[in-house]
Design a binder for this molecule. Sequence first.
Ligand code: SF4
Ligand code: SF4
Length: 180
Amino acid sequence: MTVKAENKKKTVKTIKINVDKCNGCRACEVICSAFHAMPKYSSINPARSRIRVIRDPLKDVYVPVYAGEYAVAECAGRDKYTIDGKEYEECAFCRASCPSRAEFKEPDSGLPLKCDMCEGEDEPLCVKWCMVDALTFEQREEVVDEGLEKAELEIGLESLIDKFGLQQIMETVARMSKKE
Ligand code: SF4
Ligand code: SF4
């Protein structure tokens, strides 16, 4: 009898954003920055938040954007959006921490920030704190291509090491592991 190897699965977590419900209160930025302060909940600084709200009250614009992957270089072409007659700045919806803008960088060290879905919590805290249900947490199972995963990890690590040096990356990992 042949035993078929089981495919590895991973849980994909997403946060669905309903821009029509967001009122720009920034509670999500407050709780995210407090959760990621060291020690936890010792300070509030939206610059440390992994979610930022594009906020332009005069145009009635409130759009939450999550920190995604780190980009080692700024891109050559940029996006400009007009939605419902409202024009948004270049790069406004981009989730990357990149050299050309200030968003999604740790204020003390300049290291890139990325949403970690509030690792260790049963539900992302920005979702819990959004009183108007503009954010909804969703999870699903996906089959993993392990070869591809390793390659992505190596590319990401190489970029970080090129930018910040191996020593700083190792110190940051050691500091983060002590947090738990
Ligand atoms: S907490 Fe909710 S309503 Fe407030 S800014 Fe964040 S997403 Fe928008
Ligand atoms: S899921 Fe957690 S880490 Fe990600 S933006 Fe929300 S509060 Fe921040």
